[in-house]
Design a protein around this ligand. Structure first.
Ligand SMILES: Cc1cc2nc3c(=O)[nH]c(=O)nc-3n(C[C@H](O)[C@H](O)[C@H](O)COP(=O)(O)OP(=O)(O)OC[C@H]3O[C@@H](n4cnc5c(N)ncnc54)[C@H](O)[C@@H]3O)c2cc1C
Length: 475
């Protein structure tokens, strides 16, 4: 168990400690009329990297995110940082000119928060060093998942990360980080040992469980509202070969598969991971399960899942691959082309027959409408529960599963959003919240942070007294 929180009195003291770093900055509100016109030439002179204004040729590609639906967004400028000092200069400039800030790493925010219209974008992709030392890796905040996995693979090590190769490690960590190693090693943010941060109130900080623990707490799952990460150091684990088994089941077994999966998953060895997908495809419902185990254990895990589900798969594929090949296989390649996804999430405490039935009904209704859409269920047990619910800002550590509703490349994004909003409504009280990395429009912040919201708000107020940072979730 990891914990840096020893109760309310200690907690207030930690936040006060963080606050002393920021009091030097005058508290102003971004975007207030009367702020001076920015002297961009002055900022440009102070940067080692580039400053791109809307009049610059490279501006359009510089502000481009993973999802083309945000191509029309118009930040006031983009700072392509070449060093942490560029971010310090840009933050001071934003404070002086009351400009909101949007930090960008991998650019995969589901709401396009990292290129917010009207904000000064702080692009950290130029910070991309990776240093492996024994069982630690230190990465610049601009490093994407696949790059760090490939570098670690050379020394037989790995990190618990998500599936998409081009997602930024910084953004992933800030929201938590769910993936194939979560049951064995916890979330990405659970592997974080320390970080270097540019503070929105001014200056920089090195933070860990023992240095500025209030800041460290907020960075682990609390999103980008506490500061601008420039470097992250993680604990690594051994990379191993694995079995990947993919099963598909008949539509009428979907609810049984879900409840069976939910009963089986907590009984499985932590080295075993599995998720379920139920999709509306061409007017029908498809149900599939992926199981990932250490090499040689896939057959036994598959037998246990099918027994728990009391269902016979229509098809089974089974492969054994090296560690990096497994990551590529799950991701569908070593890179991901830009694409539009309308997505949203729920977190369920329990996945009993009633909840499983409701999930299948939501997808079945979608299939009857003829429109596509699917839900992915990831487990929240195993090592995720080794860390106390209030020990980091990520609050979902006593819950059965995260659900992600997705419509890929929808003909009508509005219709896709309406389906997902309807899914939240249909789940009702069975859903206790949502996962911050699967942020969606119109969902209040307390849905993402549960019982940790008050502490996170206090931390953000202390650390960002001018409320410069825009993250897609308004605290
Ligand atoms: C195709 C796809 C697959 C995904 N798969 C998974 C998965 O398997 N598991 C999972 O957990 N999540 C997954 N996600 C969600 C992903 O973790 C979040 O979208 C995450 O925020 C993306 O981080 P980024 O750096 O790529 O995005 P960005 O858009 O660059 O950043 C997102 C937010 O993070 C903050 N941020 C980024 N960099 C910094 C920084 N240096 N300092 C401070 N704040 C910063 C900012 O608030 C920013 O708005 C997936 C997303 C997509 C689109």
């Amino acid at each position: 168990m990891t914990s840096n929180d020893r109760g309310p009195v200690r907690r207030r003291a930690l936040l006060r400690g963080v606050g002393t770093l920021t009091v030097a900055a005058a508290v102003t509100r971004p975007g207030i009329a009367g702020a001076e016109t920015p002297d961009w030439t002055d900022l440009r002179k102070r940067l080692q990297g580039k400053l791109l204004l809307p009049t610059d040729g490279e501006y359009t590609s510089a502000k481009q995110l993973f999802d083309p639906q945000f191509d029309g967004d118009a930040p006031v400028a983009v700072v392509e940082a070449a060093a942490a000092s560029d971010l310090v200069a840009a933050v001071a400039f934003a404070r002086d000119h009351r400009l909101p800030l949007a930090t960008r790493a991998g650019g995969h925010s589901y709401v396009g928060a990292s290129a917010t219209t009207g904000a000064l974008v702080l692009d950290v992709r130029g910070l991309h060093d990776i240093t492996v030392t024994d069982d630690l890796v230190t990465v610049g905040a601009g490093v994407p998942i696949r790059a760090v996995l490939a570098e670690l693979d050379k020394s037989g090590r790995s990190l618990p990360v998500g599936s998409c190769p081009t997602v930024g490690l910084a953004g992933l960590t800030l929201g938590g980080g769910l993936g194939v190693d979560s049951r064995r090693y916890g979330l990405t943010c659970d592997a974080l040992e320390s970080a270097e941060v540019v503070l929105p109130g001014g200056g920089t900080a090195h933070t860990s469980a023992t240095r500025l623990p209030g800041l460290f707490w907020a960075l682990r799952g609390g999103g980008g509202s506490a500061g601008i990460l420039t470097s992250l150091t993680f604990r690594t684990h051994p990379a191993v070969s694995r079995d990947i088994v993919r099963l598909s089941f008949p539509a009428d077994a979907a609810a049984r598969v879900l409840t069976g999966w939910a009963r089986w998953m907590p009984t499985a060895d932590r080295a075993v991971w599995s998720n379920v997908e139920i999709g509306a495809v061409a007017g029908t419902v498809e149900c599939s399960v992926m199981i990932v185990t250490p090499a040689g254990q896939g057959t036994a895990a598959t037998a246990n899942l099918t027994a728990a589900a009391a269902a016979t798969p229509i098809s089974v594929t089974h492969r054994t691959l090296g560690h990096l090949a497994v990551a590529d296989d799950i991701a569908g390649g070593s890179t991901t082309p830009r694409s539009t996804k309308v997505a949203g999430s729920d977190v369920v405490r329990e996945l009993n027959a009633a909840v499983a039935g409701a999930i299948v009904d939501i997808v079945t209704a979608r299939s009857r409408s003829g429109a596509p859409g699917y839900v992915l269920l990831d487990p929240l047990d195993g090592a995720i529960r080794d860390t106390r619910t209030d020990a980091t800002a990520f609050p979902w550590r006593a819950h059965a599963a995260s659900l992600q509703w997705i419509v890929d490349a929808p003909d009508s994004p509005a219709d896709a959003r309406a389906w997902i909003t309807g899914a939240h409504r249909a789940l009702g009280a069975a859903s206790v919240g949502a996962y911050a990395n699967y942020v969606e429009p119109g969902v209040p912040a307390d849905r993402y942070y549960g019982g940790n919201i008050a502490r996170l708000r206090a931390a953000a107020r202390n650390l960002d007294p001018n409320r410069l940072l825009r993250t897609g979730i308004t605290l």
